[in-house]
Design a protein around this ligand. Structure first.
Ligand SMILES: NC(=O)c1ccc[n+]([C@@H]2O[C@H](COP(=O)([O-])OP(=O)(O)OC[C@H]3O[C@@H](n4cnc5c(N)ncnc54)[C@H](O)[C@@H]3O)[C@@H](O)[C@H]2O)c1
Length: 316
């Protein structure tokens, strides 16, 4: 692949979103708000309606943060043919279901239909690109561009290539995401779960253990983070937070003082069996905690809160 055929990251006009569920729709809303033309493809019969609902739902938050000149929801086209969609791409963001076989075949189809050199990014939550790009004819342009839900509000994208990825494609994708206002971590090596999901996974497993064993309710677990450590994390990450927990002695005192307690049996990092009882307990807990708030109500509440936090910290 000649890298010379790639558009300049600042000259992208059309973004193609392949897979238009929660994440693909969130990406579509983000790119539309930043003044791009967006072409979406998704094989589900109700996909276009779901996508347009999601974009409309995200629009008030995006409007509040400031739309780019010319940004409009009607610059979204739903294209029923994958190859026709990809043919229009200056950049492709794939957000299909997390299924390795599906992604391998889909990325090969996308690669075959996308103009030479155009970068193809996957939103995968954890598959290494090395495992997904195996059927692509030109795998050099494929990268992971891992977002966080909702991609139209959470700034972070983790970017990493696979063994067959051209390093220039990783640089291009990082530059492009930065150009559209994202906070980018470019990873030097593939790590299962990248950085943030590896950390989230630890929390998720421990929460499931506590529910399974009746040690804490869904509501108590959520409150323990929202009114506890979660308040510190947008300001200083977990390590700088602990640096301050060591007083004037900082992290050195923290490690010398609490390091030995890491051996105490607090955590159970093997995944708990996901029994039907555990599944129901977690689902029931979330429904109880939601009360009479619908998913749409919760999305609006979350969006207002994220914007308030970003504003309070001078990041929006
Ligand atoms: N939900 C999250 O919090 C989150 C966060 C970051 C990354 N991701 C990743 O984003 C990707 C999409 O996840 P999601 O949460 O949006 O799932 P989702 O179920 O909301 O959406 C998936 C979409 O893909 C469509 N689809 C089904 N078969 C397809 C195919 N063969 N080709 C293209 N599209 C197809 C479905 O119709 C659906 O609209 C996954 O790789 C996931 O790991 C999810």
């Amino acid at each position: 692949m000649s890298t010379g055929t790639r558009p300049d990251p600042t000259a992208v006009e059309t973004v193609v979103c392949v897979g238009a569920g929660v994440i693909g729709g969130g990406w579509a809303a983000y790119f539309l708000a930043h003044g791009y033309d967006v072409v979406a493809w998704d094989p589900a019969p109700d996909a276009e309606g779901r996508l347009r609902h999601l974009v409309a739902q995200a629009w008030p938050a995006l409007t509040e943060l400031g739309l780019a000149e010319g940004a409009a929801q009607d610059r979204l086209t739903f294209e029923p043919d994958l190859a026709a969609a990809c043919a229009r791409a200056d950049f492709v963001q794939e957000s299909a279901p997390e299924d390795l076989e599906l992604k391998r075949t889909l990325l090969a189809d996308v690669d075959a239909a996308t103009p030479e050199g155009v970068v193809v990014a996957s939103s995968t939550s954890g598959y290494p690109m090395s495992d997904m790009q195996v059927r692509c004819a030109t795998p050099g342009r494929t990268v992971v561009g891992h977002p966080f839900n909702p991609p139209y509000l959470i700034p972070l994208v983790e970017v990493v290539g696979g063994t067959a990825t051209d390093p220039d494609a990783v640089t291009w994708a990082s530059d492009f995401y930065r150009h559209v206002g994202k906070s980018v971590i470019t990873m030097e090596r593939e790590v299962p779960g990248f950085i943030a999901n590896r950390l989230q996974e630890a929390l998720w497993r421990e929460a499931l253990h506590m529910v399974a064993e009746g040690e804490a309710t869904v509501e108590q677990i959520d409150l323990s983070i929202t009114d506890g450590p979660g308040l510190r994390w947008p300001i200083q990450g977990p390590l700088l937070t602990f640096h301050l927990a060591g007083g004037q002695g900082g992290m050195a005192h923290m490690l010398d003082h609490f390091g030995p307690s890491l051996l105490a049996p607090w955590t159970r990092l093997d995944a708990p069996p996901l029994t039907p009882e555990l599944r129901d307990a977690v689902v029931d807990g979330c429904e109880r905690e939601s009360g009479d708030r619908s998913i749409d109500d919760l999305v609006a509440e979350r969006d207002r809160g994220v914007i308030a936090v970003l504003r309070a910290l001078g990041r929006a």
